[in-house]
Design a protein around this ligand. Structure first.
Ligand SMILES: [Zn+2]
Length: 301
């Protein structure tokens, strides 16, 4: 059974007039809610202290009080903001934290049907990302006695720049990002391992890079994998520049899940980007992702 955190505020907390495709959560929930091996769970709110373990407290306070500058809001996007943006952000972050707790406690795969907000930096948000849930979950996990090393595996088409920046001095987290070289963010950060890809790369070349990457990080002794599983590397994505097929992404997911299984390492899925036009291609790819995860979650490590 896959524990997957979801709240209707994931959609409803964003304005219907925002350029961000807010309906993707609602549409995906419809596809997944009757699957027998997926348990949709309501996320808690993240605590302020959990967020300030990673983020600058002035930034966090300004966001929570609604006093961020217009410039700071513009950098994040998701505009026009709703009165529920705070509640939404706390639930999304809480869902990621709970998925992490669940994966570690049960030594399995768990997921959040949102999050992977990897463009958020310590003291500002960017690119649809307010708080960096990947970094927050990494540090929360490291507080547990059984967790000494964490792998952040970011396969969203955009570089995990915020994650790399926040965790640059954290030796216990290995950050790896495979992304489009020419895409946003235009000023890249340095992950522990970056794999920048040329435009229009398709399944075969992509999967070769992925295999090489997974082989390279194999010797590391990880206790947890944080998998940013964005599907915006899909050919039909409006914000990606790569050319993966639905089948290519399915294989990508299988390789990551097999790595988790072969090495016996709990894994958390953060949904990440997906902006196909029409959105249904992204929904298909996310459905594939969570359906495959549910199969692996049913087989204990
Ligand atoms: Zn992305």
């Amino acid at each position: 059974m896959l524990s997957l955190f979801y709240h209707r505020i994931y959609t409803d907390g964003l304005s219907p007039n925002a350029s961000f495709p807010r309906d993707r959560y609602r549409l995906l929930e419809k596809r997944l809610k009757d699957q027998p091996n997926i348990d949709l769970l309501r996320p808690r709110r993240a605590e302020k202290e959990e967020i300030t373990s990673v983020h600058d407290s002035e930034y966090v306070n300004d966001f929570l009080k609604g006093t961020l500058s217009e410039k700071a809001i513009r950098r994040i996007g998701l505009r026009p903001w709703t009165s529920e943006i705070v509640e939404r952000t706390l639930r999304v972050t809480g869902g990621s934290l709970q998925a992490t707790e669940h994966a570690l406690k049960n030594r399995t795969i768990a997921g959040n049907m949102a999050g992977g907000t990897h463009h958020a930096y310590r003291d500002f948000g960017s690119g649809y990302c307010i708080f960096n849930d990947v970094a927050i979950c990494a540090l929360a996990a490291l507080q547990r006695p059984e967790v000494n090393r964490v792998l952040s595996l970011d396969l969203d088409v955009h570089q995990g720049d915020g994650t790399a920046s926040i965790l640059s001095d954290e030796q216990r987290v290995f950050t790896c990002s495979i992304h489009s070289k020419s895409n946003f963010p235009f000023r890249k950060q340095t992950s522990d391992l970056d794999v920048p890809l040329d435009d229009e790369i398709g399944d075969e070349a992509y999967l070769e890079y992925l295999d090489e990457t997974l082989n390279e990080i194999q010797p590391e002794n990880f206790d947890l994998i944080l998998f940013q599983a964005g599907v915006d590397s899909l050919r039909s994505d409006a914000l990606g520049k790569l050319a993966l097929s639905r089948e290519g992404l399915q294989t990508r997911n299988q390789r990551v899940f097999q790595y988790h299984k072969n090495h016996g390492i709990p894994l958390v899925i953060f949904m990440g980007g997906g902006y196909a036009k029409p959105i249904h291609d992204s929904i298909d790819a996310f459905e594939d992702l969570f359906t495959a995860a549910a199969e692996y979650a049913s087989q204990p490590l």
